[in-house]
Ligand binder design. Structure first.
Ligand code: XMP
Length: 523
């Protein structure tokens, strides 16, 4: 396995995903991981990520010295290269200009890292590689034992290697897709240089995970809060594969779900897969507690609190349960371990099915803790979940509660559900030449209910009805997002259908705000 030490680059998770795509297991840890933990992990190779700091400044992160003493191959990327150079006796200087974007580099010498990797060959017969650069500092003097393996006029030392010690470093980013040969470079490092096999694959993972869950749980009963979202659904399917009827899922209908969502969850899990699911219809209770409340944070807190209450009440009936399973995935683990990079302000108090207090005296079972989102999806498909469920857009814990602005009422939720279903239908039905739907081309799309009435005319009559807004965004990480440039024809069709089919709505608008400054959800 490969250890990736995180120096805080926005691309660090991508390194881990690329390595996993080469079928090698890797783990991401903060750069200041202890020597004992690094030794205990016994990695076959170590990758040092990029980061926002400058090694030319005093108090910035350095790799633990043990990284260079273990005798395993090390690959430094960007800041990782700079700290490697600085720590091993080379020199790094603060560049006057930042280099950001595409660059063409020439592979030099015959390093085992870059040998035969190229996009083109120059007139002089040199291999040329298109890479993605994002740096201010650069290495200006090699440490002893190193030679240059890649360069261009702006960055004469764009790559360096000490073949004897198997230390390699790249100033550019092989982990981003803009560096087309990047995956080949990472594959070269983990397979050829570190000697890792192709051991990380889904079928093997399933059988290992099943064994592990069985060993951990024994004959105990397990409960899981099933939300219908990807993570809890895949966790349920995996646990069911492992322990069958020892698993009981609790599915809470809070009255703020999408059209037919409860039915779909029950059909997929209870009927098709044979999972034990307790379906709790708590919608009246949720709506009762939300009556008269208009403040977004207040609404979120009420929905979160109600969920915990209902879930605890239901699970108390399962007196045999010893384990609480949750669909925590690897990015959640990394985020909560991160600490230092935490956002200072709470923009919204997020609530997930995961957020249960530890007063339940249950042991925690997190079977997806090691997986990235795309791996969770692949796992879900292999476990037989419908692709439409596995590839569904994310849906917030508080559900339609944050998509009905101001006070939540059943009447509004019912109108919103129908409008939203029409939007989803049209997004799915509008497919390009490559067969890709607009649903697939957007990261998240939904309808928002605005408690505003406007005047309209239908037939010969005046109408005075509600307004809804369509929202569709494209994003990689949901931290920043662009509004999707949906075709006018598609927007027109959705608007017509909503106004014609959903009596009570006579106006549809489209939200053209990016994040920032807006957020994706309206509340
Ligand atoms: P915002 O609105 O903050 O949303 O731009 C970013 C992403 O987070 C989702 N979201 C939530 N997810 N519980 C969740 O599980 C929540 O309370 C919650 N609030 C927002 C939102 O749908 C988007 O994908």
């Amino acid at each position: 396995k490969i250890l990736i030490l995180d120096f805080g680059s926005q691309y660090t998770q991508l390194i881990a995903r690329r390595v996993r795509e080469t079928n090698v297991y890797c783990e991401l840890h903060p750069w200041d991981m202890s020597e004992a933990d690094i030794r205990a992990m016994n990695p076959s190779g170590i990758i040092l990520s990029g980061g926002p700091n400058s090694v030319t400044e005093g108090d910035t992160p350095r790799a633990p010295q043990v990284v260079f003493e273990l005798g395993v191959p090390v690959l430094g990327i960007c800041y990782g290269m700079q700290t490697m150079a600085a720590q091993l006796g080379g020199a790094v200087e603060n560049g006057l200009v930042r280099e950001f974007g595409y660059a063409e580099i020439r592979a030099q010498g015959h390093s085992s890292l870059l040998k035969d990797i190229q996009d083109r060959v120059s007139d002089q017969g040199h291999g040329l590689i298109d890479v993605w650069m994002s740096h201010g500092d650069k290495v200006t003097a090699l440490p002893a034992g190193f030679s240059v393996i890649a360069s261009n006029p702006t960055t004469p030392i764009a790559g360096m290697a000490d073949e004897a010690r198997r230390f390699y470093a790249l100033q550019f980013h092989p982990e981003v897709t803009h560096t087309h040969q990047g995956t080949a470079m990472l594959a070269r490092f983990v397979h050829d240089i570190c000697g890792c096999g192709h051991d990380w694959n889904m079928p093997d993972y399933i059988s290992e995970a099943v064994e592990k869950i069985r060993a951990q749980v024994g004959g105990d009963e397990v409960i899981l809060g099933l939300s219908g979202g990807v993570d809890s659904s895949v966790a349920a399917a995996l646990l069911h594969r492992a322990i069958g009827t020892q698993l009981t899922c609790v599915f809470v209908d809070n009255g703020l779900l999408r059209l037919n969502e409860a039915e779909q969850v029950m059909e997929t899990f209870a009927q098709n897969l044979g999972v034990k699911v307790i379906h709790v219809d708590a919608s009246a209770e949720f709506l009762h507690h939300l009556a008269g409340v208009t403040d977004p944070e207040q609404k979120r807190k009420i929905i979160g609190r109600e969920f915990v209450e209902v879930f605890q009440r239901e699970s108390a009936k399962l007196s045999q349960a010893k384990w609480l399973a949750q669909g925590t995935i690897y990015p959640d683990v990394i985020e909560s371990a991160g600490g230092k990079n935490k956002k200072a302000h709470t923009i919204k108090s997020h609530h997930n099915v995961g957020g249960l207090p530890d007063t339940m005296h249950l042991k925690l079972l997190e079977p997806l803790r090691e997986l990235f989102k795309d791996e969770v999806r692949e796992l879900g498909v292999q476990l037989g979940l419908p692709p439409a469920m596995v590839y569904r857009h994310p849906f917030p814990g508080p559900g339609l509660g944050v998509r009905i602005l101001g006070e939540v009422k059943k009447e509004y939720a019912d109108l919103l559900r129908r409008a939203d279903a029409i939007f989803m239908e049209e997004l799915n039905a509008t497919v390009d030449e490559a067969g890709k739907s607009w649903y697939a081309k957007t990261s998240q799309a939904f309808v928002v209910f605005l408690p505003v009435k406007s005047v309209g005319v239908m037939g010969d009559g005046r109408t005075y009805e509600w307004v809804v807004s369509l929202r569709a965004v494209q994003t990689q990480d949901f931290m920043t997002a662009h509004w999707a440039h949906l075709p006018y024809e598609l927007l027109g069709r959705v608007s017509n259908r909503i106004i014609n089919e959903v009596r009570g709505i006579n106006r549809v608008v489209y939200d053209i705000s990016g994040k920032p400054p807006a957020t994706i959800e309206w509340e």
